[in-house]
Ligand binder design. Structure first.
Ligand code: URA
Length: 209
């Protein structure tokens, strides 16, 4: 069942509004990307299974719960998704990390993968793909193709902002992938940027424009 989760936590919405502001500089933008990634990871890991354990508190014996050994892999899509990694990793420090580099083809009609290094045991992990924007969906679909080819079974896609076009493209191609976004915007402009969006995520994180 393909699911789109639009995360409406007030802290997340507040931080995304500051990110949208064109006057927010690279340093603040980068910090906000990590804070937002952390909040989104919290939501995207809500269904991790738990098992009961017994621990001794300073007062008494407690029956309590810990994560039941399911393992996570984060896969940021370069370059903007890389900006989300530290925030996501802060919540799940034991997660392994894969990297995927996707760029547009010369004719602009598709995407090609220029770099892919994924954990060898990705088939045993819950994979969380990180990208700042889900715009046309081409990068996401290119990355998901590689991730499934490598044997992954459970995959979630986490992005700060999405377009309806991108969501539909991913849902059509990979109906099992749950999408988590902080904003579902109006659509794409003629340059395929999300509108109103955040601008070019990579440039805003790395200050390259
Ligand atoms: N990539 C971006 O960085 N921004 C968009 O709006 C779309 C794709």
């Amino acid at each position: 069942m393909p699911t789109l989760h639009i995360l409406d936590h007030p802290l997340l919405q507040h931080k995304i509004s500051i990110m949208r502001d064109k006057n927010t500089g690279a340093k603040d933008f980068r910090e906000l990307v990590n804070e937002v990634a952390m909040l989104m990871t919290y939501e995207a890991t809500r269904d991790l299974p738990l098992r009961e354990v017994t621990v001794e508190t300073p007062i008494a014996v407690a029956k309590t719960k810990i994560i039941a050994g399911r393992k996570v892999a984060f896969v940021p899509i370069m370059r903007a998704g890389l900006g989300m990694l530290d925030g996501a990793n802060a919540l799940v420090p034991a997660a392994k990390v894969g990297h995927i580099g996707i760029c547009r083809t010369k004719d602009n009609n598709g995407s090609e993968c220029y770099y892919c290094k994924l954990p060898f045991d990705i088939n045993e992990r819950d994979v969380v793909v990180l990208d700042l924007m889900l715009a046309t969906g081409m990068s996401a679909i290119g990355a998901l193709e590689k991730i499934y080819e490598s044997g992954a079974k459970t995959v979630k896609f986490v992005c700060v902002a999405a377009s309806p076009e991108g969501v539909k493209a991913v849902q059509d191609a990979y109906p099992d992938v749950e999408i988590y976004t902080g904003a579902l915007d109006a659509g794409l402009n003629e340059e395929q940027y999300i509108t109103p969006g955040l601008g070019d995520g990579g440039d805003r994180i790395y200050g390259t424009k």
